[in-house]
Ligand binder design. Structure first.
Ligand code: ADP
Ligand code: AMP
Length: 278
């Protein structure tokens, strides 16, 4: 047998930690609904709002995992069009690099088509980056009313503009999956490489201080009124997004009326039983 080295132990610990997280997620799903398919009234249908860099793309995958719903990020969808160099992608890139908004018609149709065809949306959805104008919000409401599937939550990640420069200029993304890292706050294990696929990470062309200023201007002028729109509808909740990511997640669970799962689940005891955890 090869000699045991420090990095062998570290790798094993890493693997066990990942397994524990996965087991907890699966237990949580089973414990919550016995893995039964959800009815429309049980499913999660929500929007995640907040300025660029607030943490929507960081938190949404956790919500997606917990509720088995789709995560529709309109910015990611547009960037996919840009990467494919479609006519829409070419037009959108100009607007995105100027910090403006793509037309309501295009965005509403994009969401409409995803909700109708994406199998992952069968249990519900998280909309991230949509709606960004009151007109988009009204058209979304109309669409969901026709399907008798109204929104349950409109969560606003609240954070001061001054904290966003560091977050946005340090952001790294894995374009294929939308996974997000940060040079300082959440660095990848290997420099500029995605933890899961090992593929190269990139910085968005609009993630610079100058474009961010314009994007924030657009947010306050056109998207902030969407907050009042959902406040009036009675489904708005605010979460302090300046906290560390784990605390933001805990606050989100509070909004959904869920307790953070205990860390003493079956997964831990199985690992103890097989001698992998004391
Ligand atoms: P959004 O999707 O709202 O634009 P992201 O989730 O992509 O924002 O987060 C922007 C950057 O800030 C990313 O690099 C991410 O790793 C980092 N980040 C996200 N949440 C936090 C947090 N709570 N504290 C510190 N950095 C964070
Ligand atoms: P995001 O990835 O959410 O930061 O979005 C990046 C850019 O895509 C934005 O600055 C807008 O130019 C464009 N965009 C994304 N979502 C929308 C939307 N719902 N309406 C209009 N433009 C959008």
């Amino acid at each position: 047998m090869a000699p045991i080295r420090d990095d062998t132990v570290t790798d094993l610990k890493d693997l066990v930690a990942k397994l524990e997280i996965r087991v907890r997620q699966l237990e949580d799903r089973l414990g919550r609904d016995g893995a039964k398919p959800r009815t429309p009234s049980q499913s999660m249908r929500m929007i995640l709002m907040g300025p660029p860099g607030a943490g929507k793309g960081t938190q949404a995958p956790k919500i997606k995992d917990k509720y088995c719903v789709c995560h529709l990020a309109t910015g990611d969808m547009l960037r996919a069009q840009v990467a494919k160099k479609t006519a829409l992608g070419r037009e959108a890139k100009k607007i995105m690099d100027q910090g403006g908004l793509v037309s309501d018609d295009i965005m509403v149709n994009m969401i409409k088509s995803e909700l109708a065809t994406n199998q992952e949306c069968a249990n519900g959805f998280i909309l991230d980056g949509f709606p960004r104008t009151v007109a988009q919000a009204e058209r979304l409401d109309q669409m969901l009313k026709e399907q008798q599937q109204p929104l349950k939550h409109a969560v606003e990640l609240q954070i001061d503009d001054s904290l966003l420069v560091a977050r946005v200029t340090g952001r790294l993304i894995h374009p294929a999956s939308g996974r997000t890292y940060h040079k300082i706050f959440n660095p990848p294990k290997e420099h500029m490489k995605d933890d899961v696929t090992g593929e190269h990470l990139i910085q968005r062309t609009d993630d610079n201080a100058e474009t961010l200023k314009k994007r924030l201007g657009t947010y306050h002028a056109q998207t902030a009124p969407v907050v009042s729109y959902y406040q009036k509808k009675g489904i708005w909740s605010g979460v302090d997004a300046s906290q560390e990511p784990g605390a933001v997640w805990k606050s989100l669970l509070g909004v959904f009326g869920e307790e953070k799962p205990a860390h003493t689940g079956m997964g831990s005891s199985i690992l103890s039983k097989i001698g992998l955890k004391s």
